[in-house]
Design a protein around this ligand. Structure first.
Ligand code: C2E
Ligand code: MG
Ligand code: MG
Ligand code: MG
Length: 285
């Protein structure tokens, strides 16, 4: 009986494993199909001056417009794209789509800071990233100061030699680097010195419980002071409430991103925001 039970359990796990594997394979196939059939789209979320509400730039965030499942958020397919090796193709799509959009906005006379593109860990390690960026910028006539590259802290902290080499190549292209999700990686700050990011983005998890949480108040204030002392711009992510905005303003955080200001949205709607000018008044009315 024990033997039979063992076998049953074994096959249970195996079928569990198989169905997971099948789901992963199906997702990979679907991603490949989606790349061929243009099912991805970038939405844009503004970064806004904490005082005055001017749009300072935006972040491009990928969405998958799935014909059956509707809009699929990136965290539901980026990991699969990384596992399957499709990430460099997806990254290529993202970079080219962002550059094409920058070119369209420039042609339309729309001026507002930079467009930031997210690059995932495996994409960053991949040799093609620098070539992809170089090619896309040349094809769409994008200048390096019109584009920013967002990397998470964990990317910057691992395999520091390779990282340093790639970072140097990105700097040589004139591109500026942004540390995303700041505070969630390892706690060594040495990389800030070596990698010289132009901007850090305080992770949403530190902003969420502001201003009530005392630890978060202390941490966020310290991050803002550190960034300012190093001459690095600082953005607070995930700003959802007026009291959060007031606290961040008060401690000298100069730029904000979050649903309080605006959600990520299609290019056409983002354009309306930029043309409309200030965002803070809009959220107050
Ligand atoms: P992230 O780069 O940290 O992007 C910020 C995320 O926070 C976005 O989620 C955005 O929609 C969300 N967000 C912005 N303001 C608020 C707010 O006030 N409250 C809350 N609750 N959320 C807010 P999204 O678009 O689902 O993206 C999730 C993550 O997926 C991104 O985190 C980024 O790491 C990754 N990602 C997005 N687009 C791309 C891409 O094109 N390529 C790669 N490799 N990764 C991407
Ligand atoms: Mg980001
Ligand atoms: Mg972030
Ligand atoms: Mg984040």
């Amino acid at each position: 009986a024990a033997k039979r039970l063992g076998r049953a359990r074994h096959s249970f796990f195996r079928s569990e494993f198989n169905s997971q594997l099948q789901a992963t394979l199906r997702l990979e196939k679907e991603l490949q199909y989606a790349l061929l059939h243009d099912e991805f789209v970038l939405h844009y979320q503004p970064l806004v001056a904490a005082v005055g509400g001017t749009v300072l730039g935006c972040e491009a965030l990928i969405r998958w417009m799935h014909p059956v499942r509707g809009m699929v958020p990136p965290l539901q397919f980026i990991p699969a794209a990384e596992q399957s090796g499709l990430i460099s193709e997806l990254g290529n799509w993202t970079v080219r789509a962002a550059c094409a959009q920058i070119a369209r906005w420039k042609a339309a006379g729309l001026n507002f800071g930079t467009v930031a593109v997210n690059v995932s860990a495996l994409e960053f390690r991949h040799h093609r990233l620098v070539d992809t960026l170089t090619q896309a910028m040349a094809d769409f006539g994008v200048q390096p100061d019109e584009l920013e590259i967002e990397l998470t802290e964990s990317v910057l902290m691992t395999d520091t030699e390779t990282t340093q080499r790639i970072v140097e190549r990105l700097h040589a292209l004139g591109l500026r680097l942004v540390v995303d999700d700041f505070g969630t990686g390892y706690s060594s700050l040495a990389y800030l010195k070596h990698l010289r990011p132009s901007k850090i983005k305080i992770d949403r998890s530190f902003v969420r419980d502001l201003p009530a949480d005392e630890d978060d108040r202390v941490l966020v204030r310290a991050i803002v002071q550190l960034a300012r002392a190093l001459g690095i711009a600082v953005v607070a992510e995930g700003v959802e409430t007026e009291p959060q905005r007031e606290f961040l303003c008060g401690i000298g955080c100069t730029a904000l991103q979050g649903f309080l200001l605006a959600r990520p949205q299609p290019a056409a709607e983002f354009e309306l925001i930029v043309r409309g000018g200030l965002l803070v008044d809009a959220t107050r009315s």
